[in-house]
Design a protein around this ligand. Sequence first.
Ligand SMILES: O=C(CO)[C@H](O)[C@H](O)COP(=O)(O)O
Ligand SMILES: [Fe+2]
Length: 223
Amino acid sequence: MIAPSILSADFARLGEEVEKVIAAGADVVHFDVMDNHYVPNLTFGSMICQALRDYGVTAPIDVHLMVSPVDSMIEQFLKAGASIITFHPEATQHVDRSLQLIKDGGADCGLVLNPATPLHYLDYVMDKVDQILLMSVNPGFGGQAFIDSTLKKIEAVREMITLSGRNIRLEVDGGIKASNIRAAAEAGADMFVAGSAIFNQPDYRQAIDAMRAELALVSRLPA
Ligand SMILES: O=C(CO)[C@H](O)[C@H](O)COP(=O)(O)O
Ligand SMILES: [Fe+2]
């Protein structure tokens, strides 16, 4: 699955941009929420998510919460039509409660781990999460370079998913482009966020097709 991050879209024409990127072959809209507290940047909240739904966007919206505290934002995004909500575990007081809040609201839930965040946060929630997001940059900004140590982390989480026996999506976010998407897939990721590598190109379809062509070459599909 390819999930363009609208962080790099033209905010003045957001509805059109989302329509265009979905028409170009994207599977999911990745929606980066930043609060200038958990991360040193500020983006958009649930009103913009609702506006996209009202505009007619029916594609799944994957809300990546980079906010602290978390729970009030979860409630707002559930009402605004989010399909998936992920949050950073260290940004909430009660990880299990926040996950349950998302599940109870009918959306898919997941945790996001920063490049240096240990995998231990996953130990007691593998029976609950629908998705795990591994950050391959430090959160807060688009256009940063992929941190290579993420590949080992993807492999480790893929093993944890296999052991869990559940069908948990493994998403990677930050610095993904046609030249490194294959390595991330071979390590075990199956959902790829790409912001600048799609929205900074003149032809979104060409950018997405180039990534899909690389994915078609993946030699070792995750178990
Ligand atoms: O969560 C994020 C940043 O915190 C973004 O999703 C991510 O950085 C996407 O942008 P790019 O593909 O340009 O790196
Ligand atoms: Fe993100």
